[in-house]
Design a protein around this ligand. Structure first.
Ligand SMILES: C[C@H](OP(=O)(O)OP(=O)(O)OC[C@H]1O[C@@H](n2cnc3c(=O)[nH]c(N)nc32)[C@H](O)[C@@H]1O)C(=O)O
Ligand SMILES: O=c1nc2n(C[C@H](O)[C@H](O)[C@H](O)CO)c3cc(O)ccc3cc-2c(=O)[nH]1
Ligand SMILES: [Mg+2]
Length: 308
């Protein structure tokens, strides 16, 4: 059973931990959001890609869902002392992975080529692809005084802690970007596509903003796990951003967002009463992943449901 997962942020990597516990890594491909990729000084960051790499390599810091478990921050602290505040807390081991990407990108390697070198170096059998080898950047359009301002995601979420009056979210350059070839191939060759419980707007939205990826998904059996349980988020800015896109912050709003590509929606038991309002097949199960067992059970429930 070959699965292609769309991932971004912290929700889907939890489900990936469950999935890799029940099917061989060689049968899993992951297409990762790169809308939050950015340069900090001369260091290239691909935060959602690195979280997926660390999740498969069992190195992920599960408190924060970024960086390497037990990492040190000497370089980060030293830079701050020099007056260079990286804002994002980048660990010393984590920095090596980012320096490695930076080195090869500067030698004109494609991001997908570098990620493939890294997954092999980390003994990861799953295939991991960026959504594109072009630059697509998620920007937050916000109200500021009596005007509008376009913010980078990290400015919005880390510097301003999301305390921003969001007008819209845009995926800069998406109209020109091409889907990564390996990603398109994995969609075509997989038995089904799984969109994990990540922020629809800033973690999965950028992936769907790439036309040839969205087109490939329309011809595929797609399962979406709702990242909204009840009428609130488990974590992060998804609620604020869904509202900015005119979507209700509940499973119906999630359905609206994915309706032209999804075939099955996985919702939490808390939302069982809404299942009949969702105009596609629904699987109602526990979707709150606290323990590894929760993650494995959710992955199992999804595979059993589609094998029916
Ligand atoms: C900073 C980061 O925010 P964000 O980029 O929004 O992260 P994600 O893209 O991962 O979105 C989080 C999204 O996913 C939901 N979530 C998280 N854990 C679970 C879970 O165990 N079950 C479930 N059904 N949804 C989950 C969460 O509510 C958010 O809506 C961040 O949040 O870390
Ligand atoms: O909210 C934060 N997110 C941090 N992130 C996560 C990232 O910025 C986003 O929060 C995730 O992409 C979730 O959307 C990091 C990711 C990395 O790969 C490396 C370092 C960081 C550091 C931070 C941080 O200090 N604060
Ligand atoms: Mg995200």
């Amino acid at each position: 059973m070959k699965v292609t997962v769309l991932s971004g942020g912290t929700g889907t990597p939890k489900l990936i931990q469950g999935l890799k516990g029940i099917i061989p890594q060689k049968d899993i491909s992951v297409i990762v959001n790169t809308g939050e990729d950015t340069w900090i000084g001369d260091l290239y960051l691909s935060p959602d890609v690195d979280t997926v790499l660390y999740t498969f390599a069992d190195l992920i810091n599960e408190e924060t869902w970024y960086g390497v478990r037990g990492d040190t921050f000497y370089c980060h602290e030293q830079l701050k002392k020099l007056g260079f505040d990286e804002v994002l807390r980048i660990g010393d081991k984590d920095r090596a992975l980012k320096m490695h990407k930076t080195h090869f990108l500067k030698k004109n390697f494609k991001l997908s080529e570098v990620i493939d070198i890294e997954r092999k170096a980390l003994n990861i059998e799953a295939k991991i692809y960026p959504m594109t080898d072009d630059r697509v950047e998620t920007k937050i359009l916000a109200k500021e005084n009596d005007g509008k301002i376009l913010l980078k995601f990290h400015d919005f979420w880390i510097k301003r802690r999301g305390n921003v009056d969001v007008v819209d979210v845009i995926y800069e350059n998406a109209q020109y970007a091409k889907g990564c070839e390996g990603a398109l191939k994995s969609i075509k060759e997989s038995d089904f596509v799984l969109i994990g419980p990540s922020n629809p707007i800033t973690s999965i939205g950028p992936i769907l903003s790439i036309k040839d990826i969205k087109k490939a998904l329309k011809d595929k059996f797609v399962v979406v796990v709702s990242p909204i349980v009840g009428d609130k988020v488990v974590s992060g800015p998804a609620g604020t951003l869904m509202k900015a896109k005119g979507l209700s912050v509940d499973v119906l709003g999630v359905y609206e967002f994915y309706k032209d590509i999804l075939d099955v929606m996985v919702i939490d038991e808390i939302d069982a009463d809404k299942a009949d309002k969702i105009k596609c097949e629904t699987l109602v199960t526990n979707t709150i992943m606290k323990t590894l067992n929760d993650k494995i059970n959710l992955a199992k429930a999804i595979l059993e449901f589609i094998r029916k």
